[in-house]
Design a protein. Sequence first.
Length: 395
Amino acid sequence: MLDAASWAGRLGGDRFLAQTYHRSYAHFPGVADTAGLFSWDDLNRIIATQRLEPPRLRLSVDGEMVPLHRYAMPTTNRRAVTWSRIQPSDFHTQLRDGASLVLDAVEKIHSAVGAAAEALERFLGTSVQANVYASWTEREGFGRHWDDHDVVVVQLHGSKRWRLWGMTREAPTFRDVESPEEPEGDPMADLVLSPGDVLYLPRGWWHAVTADQGTESLHLTFGMVPHTGADLMLWVVDQLRASLALRRDIPRFGSLAEQSDFIDAVRREVADMMADPRLVERWAESIDTTDLGHTIPSLPYVGELPARGEIAVKLTTPRGRLTANREQGTVTFSAAGTAWDFAESIAPALGTLLTNQPTTLGELADSAGLGVKEVAELVSVLIDGHAVAVVGTAL
């Protein structure tokens, strides 16, 4: 099971975060138990039952997308709704001839991958998207390229060769002032991933990937949303919107002295905030507790939850926070963009929710020494705030 602690153990925990993350690639042979994570059967079922259009599902060869009409046919139902239906024989032909298959955001439609993505998000503190890649030949599906986000690759089946060149522009971004130059010379690393192997690759590292080991290949790539200095500055500006200096109109038509005074006032406000040595910690807490996570309905319970101990619930965001307010005898539970104050006695139940594991109302009640009715009322409040959802109705 790839939970947060498991990811930390497999990637190296604090040492990975301090010495490798954002800095250099790392190969971890055989560290992932992939049983039950994602299989060829899962991929076949998803393609057969979901209406997936490019770019969600796509084929690519030599760095170019394969036109949809080469492997799918438009289909229209009696209500005039049209979608593209995969034609297996044409689909197989494209893959056999060298195309690679990509399925984006598989964490949204596969529970085991979704749980693994949430757990990685808890470990790394940033949103995660999981894509599936499948290849059959030595042709490169995407050519030599770099990504604008860090990735963690888990090889599921077969083998895949990864050639790595490193960065030619430090910390390139999606919207950048210039593009990285193509790397020269031989790759700095030439790796073959086997089932259970994990590869970490920072953003900006050039790589070329092929299934040239004589077997078909299936792997998951977990992509992490980057957070840059520009993101921090945008957050700082948001925090300063209450400041009079930032609310005032820009004196576009004022004298040079007025314009200079205006800039000085803004500069002082920004400088004072930037001088806080705990600014990054404040920013991290803010993005963790305001992340909306995954919106999940709690049907059939559209009103207050019934006091039934077997109903299972789960936090909808991987990065909530619980803060003790000892002088007031309360705790603040922050998640999904909302904060609630509760009595200190509720803390054990809230801490259980923060593990991000499904838990029953009865288990939450036992953890805090409360009645199931009290816990049902508490959870109903969090459901209304989109921070918790029912994941087991037990009807």
